[in-house]
Design a protein around this ligand. Structure first.
Ligand SMILES: NC(=O)c1ccc[n+]([C@@H]2O[C@H](COP(=O)([O-])OP(=O)(O)OC[C@H]3O[C@@H](n4cnc5c(N)ncnc54)[C@H](OP(=O)(O)O)[C@@H]3O)[C@@H](O)[C@H]2O)c1
Length: 299
């Protein structure tokens, strides 16, 4: 019988692309996407008979109906509304845990996490993921935790900057040859769908890192942006002492310090840098950065 899979919040980037992958799977699973606003479900999902969008909110704990689901995919959403990130992470994860407990059918939980989530300090905003892992590590018979690299999609701004006049690209990844793990949403969706449908066949909880084919630096991003847009761009490195001013224009003040903590953790000397190397738990997708950016540029 086809599996039934619940995805929450379905409007996250990882949730959306994994649903797309699941709906294309040969085994034809049934997917329940849980949205704060179900009208936000993409129209191609809404027209698919194997998909339903239902209203639910992980923060409020309302509408987390996992009844008849075999597997649950939870992507902890960060909050930027001034709520303490730790309190938020705990509340959401406890709500998910309770909802799984109330649904006897759920055998498998896939938790979307982040590099460095094993640490209880020095990771800034990513304590969202540390807390989620801690609370949910035994929430179902089989728990799988994926720690992906930085999404290629986060460079959509670089494509916009490249189209401006003069074309320039601001990068917080310094020094400009410092390589960090990055990955496409396509590779994320494939790995997540496969783990939800088949599982890793490893003892629970199973944790794995998910990267693109190789790690990339700001110089690599510049080159990929140039290839994707056909324009020469100037790389403007945002040095460490400029990060607060740079991100202060994008991140609400209440969350800025933790956001900067996350950035610092990925720069040389940061606690997450040790995780950038491959080990036996690393899985690498095959979508190159330039191909991911080409696809983004075409949208
Ligand atoms: N971005 C990356 O490069 C990256 C890399 C590694 C790991 N991660 C992890 O991926 C996770 C998602 O992070 P992200 O920044 O990429 O977020 P995202 O996928 O952009 O998701 C944020 C969305 O979650 C939904 N949401 C927020 N609060 C909600 C609630 N109470 N109930 C239901 N839905 C809610 C909102 O959609 P609506 O407004 O439509 O409801 C919001 O747009 C985090 O745990 C992060 O650590 C991200």
């Amino acid at each position: 019988m086809a599996l039934r899979i619940a995805v929450v919040p379905a409007s996250t980037k990882a949730g959306r692309e994994t649903i797309r992958q699941l709906l294309e799977a040969e085994s034809k699973p049934f997917v329940r996407g849980i949205y704060r606003d179900p009208s936000k479900a993409p129209s191609d999902f809404a027209q698919n008979p194997n998909f339903e969008a239902v209203k639910g909110d992980v923060g409020a704990g309302a509408g987390l109906d996992f009844s008849s689901a075999d597997a649950v995919f939870y992507i902890p959403p960060p909050t930027y509304d001034g709520t303490d990130q730790g309190e938020w992470a705990t509340r959401c994860a406890e709500n998910v845990k309770r909802a799984i407990r109330d649904a006897a059918s759920v055998k498998r939980l896939l938790l979307f996490s982040a590099l460095g989530a094993q640490h209880d300090h020095g990771i800034g905003l990513l304590r969202l993921n540390h807390i989620s892992e801690t609370i949910l590590r035994d929430a179902a018979q089989e728990v799988i935790m994926v720690r992906p690299g930085f999404f290629y999609d986060e460079f959509a701004h670089a494509l916009e900057e490249a189209r401006a006049d003069p074309p320039a690209f601001h990068s917080w990844i310094t020094p400009v040859d410092h390589k960090i793990p990055m990955v496409s949403l396509k590779d994320i969706a494939k790995a997540c769908a496969n783990n939800l449908l088949v599982g890793p066949g490893k003892p629970s909880p199973h944790v794995f890192k998910l990267f693109g084919p190789r790690n990339y630096s700001a110089l690599d991003v510049k080159e990929a942006v140039e290839q994707a847009t056909g324009r020469k761009v100037e790389l403007k490195a945002v040095e460490r002492d400029q990060l607060e001013g740079f991100f202060g224009q994008q991140i609400p003040q209440a969350h800025l310090s933790e956001f900067l903590g996350m950035v610092a953790a990925t720069l040389p000397g940061g606690i997450i840098v040790d995780d950038f190397e491959d080990d036996e738990s690393t899985m690498r997708g095959n979508t190159e950065l330039v191909d991911g950016l080409r696809e983004l540029a075409a949208k």
